[in-house]
Design a protein. Structure first.
Lengths: 120, 498
């Protein structure tokens, strides 16, 4: 199971790097969304894929009895997904603003902040 | 449980909420100033307590050490929080005059305080995933601040800043996933023990992921391009707080991870850091030499100065780490001040383009004096703070007989003088090209006070560090000692049992 997920992560990363290097900001954002999912999967696999009981602690005990599933990766991935959602919502809005104010999303043509003709 | 550890996080968050509620009233900006003053007071208390105790640690939510989230203040964290408080107060006073009402209505003061909370959280956390969360808090607030001014240049710079920082964030997250998979823990103190049992080759791979992720945040060569693309576009108050704190959080994270966790293969990882640091210094200073805008020159100098700090980490000798800590403290104060001065120059002389301004020395001598202090300190003139910072780093590289590194550090210092002289000659010495006579009295008295007092205060700190370096170097020695021997840190977090 881990090997299959590792290959999946590799394919997703390859696809997103391709998108991010395409020189168009919208595709860059799509690449980012994809690669962030690959990162989340990495954390998930890092916690190991095991078959175990739900990690519930009986009343009065300090630790769960027997073999239980690892609950931490879910908590980490959930946090990362929520944060990522906020960041991408902002990033997409920003790219839209860039398209309306600058008029292009080709990375090579976005030179307003650092105009190429500026010399001293 | 040390409640003092939570204050530098709780105060800015509470201030942000209040400032957001009062964003349409003038009270909003005064809430921000009061919150920053309270943060400074809390960080002084934290600093004094840490000074006495060595390392303070607190477990959040009552969960015992490796399982819950830990807040830790060692000497480095405490001094970084203290300096964050100083900068927050200086910039929030400056913002009274610099930030327009439109930006205030959109929540400038709330975003600013969230940024400060993120920075303080990153300095105080003892948990790797929590560090990621604080990085994100800082990042999302900085996104907002960066584009708040609007305009094509700010949007364009913002896109590059956002894009590259998000890539670094994802790499950081991947690194967290990998190191968690290898060790099963994310508590920094626990990690520093757990990595000894891990596969050392794989650990180096993970270390490189962290080096690149934090390298983007810290603006290291060749990952710094987002910085000069964006730092000259927002409000001056925003530029100043970014320049002072954001890249330094990256440097802090590098220092923390590469002294506490990734010190297993110093010969490999720190040699890479060494050459990256040298190239960062050189490319930064060369980039600055090619620029003709006040803020763009200063932006490239951030890059070049980051090189010195990382050089101190890369050499990894006691003296070099002393230099790195001292450099961090010195640089934050000086760099914030230079951006604040650029803002005043733009206000009274009409531009930040050097060829469009001039005459400040003749008609605004106070500003000229206030510029000389941080500018000469940045360039490393004795007896200002930058001289001692550079002296420690160069001496440390000579001690390990790294001649090329020492020569590069000295040459970059010389080039820094060139850039500062260029600003001095164009903006201060030569007459204004349009014949204007820029004077400070052209500002309203209230504005003038809000703009000049923070600059003067930071200049006094620069001079004080320069004239009494012994106390600061002695402190940096203690902080570097804790970094080189993390036993105290680990015991404070995990308890005596280990």
């Amino acid at each position: 199971m881990e090997a299959l997920l590792a290959i999946t992560i590799g394919v997703v990363v390859a696809a997103s790097v391709y998108l991010m290097l395409s020189g168009h900001m919208l595709r860059f954002i799509f690449g980012l969304v994809l690669i962030s999912n690959a990162a989340n999967l990495t954390i998930f696999v890092g916690g190991r894929m095991t078959e175990g009981a739900p990690p519930l602690i009986a009343k009065g005990a300090d630790a769960p009895a027997g073999f239980v599933a690892n609950a931490l990766p879910q908590a980490l991935v959930l946090t990362a997904i929520v944060i990522g959602f906020g960041l991408f919502a902002f990033a997409i809005t920003l790219v839209w603003r860039a398209y309306t104010t600058i008029g292009t999303l080709q990375a090579d043509e976005m030179r307003v902040a650092e105009p190429p003709s500026e010399r001293t | 449980m040390s409640w003092i550890l939570t204050l530098p996080l709780a105060i800015p968050v509470a201030t942000a909420i209040l400032a957001f509620l009062f964003r349409r009233q003038p009270a909003g900006r005064w809430i921000s100033v009061a919150g920053s003053a309270a943060l400074l007071a809390a960080s002084v208390m934290l600093f004094v307590q840490t000074r006495d105790a060595g390392v303070l640690a607190g477990q959040m939510g009552g969960w015992a050490a490796p399982f819950g989230i830990t807040l830790v203040a060692d000497l480095l964290s405490a001094v970084m929080v203290l300096i964050t408080g100083v900068i927050a107060l200086a910039v929030s006073v400056y913002a009274l005059a610099d930030v327009d009402a439109a930006a205030e209505r959109m929540g400038y003061h709330a975003l600013f305080n969230v940024l400060i909370a993120g920075v303080a959280g990153a300095f105080l956390t003892g948990d790797l995933f929590n560090l990621y969360v604080w990085f994100e808090v800082m990042l999302i607030a900085s996104f907002g601040l960066l584009v708040l001014r609007g305009g094509r240049a700010a949007i364009d710079g913002g896109v590059k800043y956002v894009a590259l920082n998000l890539v670094s964030t994802i790499l950081f997250l991947t690194g967290i996933g990998l190191i968690y998979g290898m060790t099963g823990t994310l508590n920094l103190a626990d990690l520093s023990i757990a990595v000894e049992q891990a596969d050392q080759g794989l650990l180096t791979v993970v270390a490189m992921a962290f080096m690149v992720a934090f390298g983007v945040k810290a603006a290291l060569f060749p990952l710094f391009f987002w910085l000069p693309a964006s730092y000259h576009t927002p409000h001056f108050a925003v530029s100043a707080v970014f320049a002072a704190l954001l890249t330094k959080v990256g440097v802090y994270a590098l220092i923390r991870m590469f002294t506490l966790v990734f010190d297993h293969d110093v010969g490999f990882t720190h040699t890479i850091l060494l050459w990256v640091a040298v190239l960062t210094m050189i490319t930064g200073v060369l980039g600055a030499a090619a620029q003709g805008d006040f803020r763009k020159i200063l932006s490239f100098h951030i890059v070049s100065q980051i090189g010195y700090m990382v050089l101190g980490l890369a050499l990894m000798t006691p003296l070099a780490l002393v230099g790195a800590v001292f450099y961090l403290i010195h640089h934050i104060v000086v760099k914030a001040n230079l951006f604040l001065i650029a803002g005043v120059a733009q206000r009274i002389a009409g531009s930040t383009q050097l060829k469009k301004i001039g005459g400040l020395y003749a008609t605004a001598p106070l500003l000229a004096v206030l510029f000389i202090v941080p500018a000469f300190s940045l360039a490393g003139f004795p007896p200002l703070s930058g001289f001692w910072a550079k002296f420690l780093i160069v001496k440390a590289s000579l001690e390990v007989e790294a001649w090329i590194v020492a020569a590069a550090a000295l040459a970059v210092g010389l080039m820094t003088i060139y850039s500062m002289t260029k600003i001095w000659a164009a903006a201060f010495w030569s007459p204004h090209p349009e014949g204007r006579e820029p004077v400070l009295t052209s500002l309203a008295p209230g504005e003038r006070r809000a703009l000049i007092w923070p600059i003067a205060g930071l200049a006094v700190i620069t001079v004080a560090i320069g004239l009494a370096p012994d106390a600061f170097i002695a402190f940096a020695e203690d902080a570097a000692g804790q970094l080189l021997d993390p036993t105290v840190y680990v015991v404070a977090v995990l308890g005596e049992a280990r």
